[in-house]
Write a protein that binds this ligand. Structure first.
Ligand code: GAR
Length: 199
């Protein structure tokens, strides 16, 4: 059974979907802890499933490195097989990424490498394109620049605003995330191989 720590910042709708999937006995992964960088509404989903939570408030630390050290300590305590960033709206310090790489993945509301960063949905709308998407990647030292594990397209409709478009992207993200975690757990997807530099 693959053990998973999930890190969030917000509503945690993708977390909730992963928790629901993992509650099925034939799903090969279990969420062991949910952490956040701020008081996140998504903690309620963890609590509803009886999953422990931890909070490492970014604002309580002098800088990203200090914050990252405490976050790294928390993750070591739980020692999960995999760390999932599911709406964590904070760049992780390079040391933490290096410690967990390649066992750290992120879900992003755009078809990477298009529209990386904190405003993937807004940036796609601003670019005037007619489709965007969702991606699940391995986290590396850059911003949403790691190896892509799964992605799918989502059409942009006339009249879409950021909220409406994001609401249509999230179900795609959930499907991809649940499937990627399942494939990592079964060994069908090898993160080390997926992260190896291509020759
Ligand atoms: C998700 O769409 C996730 O991809 C995005 O935040 C949302 C969280 O939603 N993350 C990023 O944009 C990271 N760059 P949720 O809290 O409802 O799961």
């Amino acid at each position: 059974m693959l053990t998973v720590a999930v890190l969030i910042s917000g509503t945690g709708s993708n977390l909730r979907a992963l928790l629901d999937a993992a509650a099925h006995e034939d799903y090969p992964a279990r969420i062991v802890v949910v952490g956040a960088d701020r008081e996140a509404d998504g903690f309620a989903h963890a609590e509803a499933h009886g999953i422990p939570t931890f909070l490492v408030p970014f604002r309580n630390f002098a800088d990203r490195e200090d914050w990252g050290r405490e976050l790294a300590d928390q993750l070591r305590t739980w020692s999960p097989d995999l760390v999932v960033l599911s709406g964590l709206m904070r760049l992780l310090p390079a040391d933490l990424v290096a410690e967990w790489s390649p066992r750290i993945i992120n879900t992003h509301p755009a078809f990477l490498p298009e529209f990386p960063g904190a405003h993937g949905v807004r940036d796609a709308l601003a670019a005037g394109v007619d489709r965007t998407g969702a991606s699940v990647i391995v986290v590396d030292a850059g911003v949403d620049s790691g190896p892509i594990l799964a992605q799918d397209r989502v059409p942009i409709r006339v009249g879409d605003d950021e909220h409406a478009l994001h609401d249509r992207i999230k179900p795609v993200e959930r499907r991809l995330l649940i499937d990627v975690v399942r494939r990592i757990a079964t060994g069908e997807l090898d993160l080390a191989a997926a992260s190896a530099p291509s020759r």
